[in-house]
Design a protein around this ligand. Structure first.
Ligand code: IPM
Ligand code: MG
Length: 362
């Protein structure tokens, strides 16, 4: 088993370092190899996703990814911006199924921007299609308008599109996931306006015929954005397209109190996956040793479960994280009165210690 480790930019290096320490203490047999990605790769090799990095990722069973991006790259031509690295990895590895769980940990209920009773016990799973939609649709570009409101004016355009197999496979992923949970899927669309999403809805209804045991609900994206802050616990599995999923998953993340807690997994059809925290590179706090490493540590747990077939090791990491939270340790993003403020390294130390304890016990 081989893990490609791509820490990236900003806090990426600090948080991935802690996840690696956690993986190492588990004493499993796999190989890890690191490479540059994002702005760090651009600085060193002139490209955010160098050939060698892509090759390493393709050959690995799983990719452990930190984060990419920094304001200093904002003026670069689009193809050289750090974000192109993650988009390139998703596309080249065919990582079409993105799992973004939003779980509100008991001890962090008060950290949510919503009233505690709305989020206590929240456990929803957003499944975002990750390789299609307006993110990748062609054609796209700039041109002179020949029609529209201002013929002759300069304009820009992107293409929103989904094929039947693309929608079928992500719908199946959602129904299968719901089977292991509370058997409800909410498919989020904009069928009232967009042809692409009327088609999405039609295909989801077709696939649902294979899953009569699962309750299927359809919701327009604007309403879904509202229901997520009104009654988030009514959701179980939410399945949606690439762009709506991008937006709704950030919203859902915030319900849990801290985006610093949320892992994510992006899988292809052979269960090869890329695992990354749901948050970004946070250049404002990079290098200060204060970032929360738990989202990355929990992403490593997802990696063990989904791509490396080590469910017990994954359980061990997840219980260690719960144990550490229960003991009152908090990084700045989740800190509150009566808890103990710690840095990135100390948080990693605490998880490692909690795992070591369970290993010696068993
Ligand atoms: C995400 C991010 C990315 C996206 C960016 C960095 C390209 O926002 O993973 O949600 O838009 O998909
Ligand atoms: Mg996003």
């Amino acid at each position: 088993m081989k893990i490609a480790v791509l820490p990236g930019d900003g806090i990426g290096t600090e948080i991935v370092a802690e996840a690696i320490r956690v993986l190492e203490v588990l004493d499993l047999r796999f190989e890890m190899e690191s490479a540059l990605v994002g702005g760090a790769a651009y600085d060193a090799h002139g490209h955010p996703l160098p050939e060698a990095t892509l090759k390493l990722a393709k050959e690995a069973d799983a990719v452990l990814f930190g984060a990419v991006g920094d304001w200093k790259y904002d003026s670069l031509e689009r193809q050289f911006r750090p974000e192109q690295a993650i988009l390139g990895l998703r596309k080249n590895l065919g990582l079409f199924a993105n799992f973004r769980p939003a779980i509100c940990y008991e001890q962090l209920t008060h950290a949510s921007s919503l009233k505690p009773e709305l989020v206590a016990g929240l456990d929803i799973l957003i499944i975002r299609e990750l390789t299609g939609d307006i993110y990748f649709g062609q054609p796209r570009g700039r041109r002179t308008a020949v029609d529209g409101h201002f013929p002759g004016a300069e304009e820009a355009f992107d293409t929103m599109r989904y094929s039947r197999p693309e929608v079928e496979r992500i719908a199946r992923v959602a129904f299968e996931a719901a089977r292991k949970r509370n058997r409800k899927v909410t498919s989020v669309d904009k069928a009232n306006v967009l042809e692409t999403f009327q088609f999405w809805k039609d295909v989801v209804i077709d696939v649902h015929k294979e899953y009569p045991d699962i309750e299927l609900e359809h919701m327009y994206v604007d309403n879904a954005a509202m229901q997520l802050v009104r009654a988030p616990k009514k959701f179980d599995v939410v399945v949606t397209g690439n762009m709506f999923g991008d937006i709704l998953s950030d919203e859902a993340a915030m319900l849990t109190g801290s985006i610093g807690m949320l892992p994510s997994a992006s899988l292809n059809s052979s269960n090869q996956g890329l695992y990354e925290p749901s948050h970004g590179s946070a250049p404002d706090i990079a290098g200060k040793g204060i970032a929360n490493p738990l989202a990355t540590i929990l992403s490593a747990a997802m990696m063990l479960r989904f791509s490396l077939n080590q469910p017990q090791a994954a359980d061990r990491i997840e219980s260690a994280v719960k144990h550490v939270l229960a003991s009152g340790l908090r990084t700045a993003d989740i800190h509150s009165e009566g808890t103990t403020l710690v840095g990135t390294r100390q948080m990693g130390d605490a998880v490692v210690a909690a795992i070591t304890k369970t290993i010696t016990k068993s």
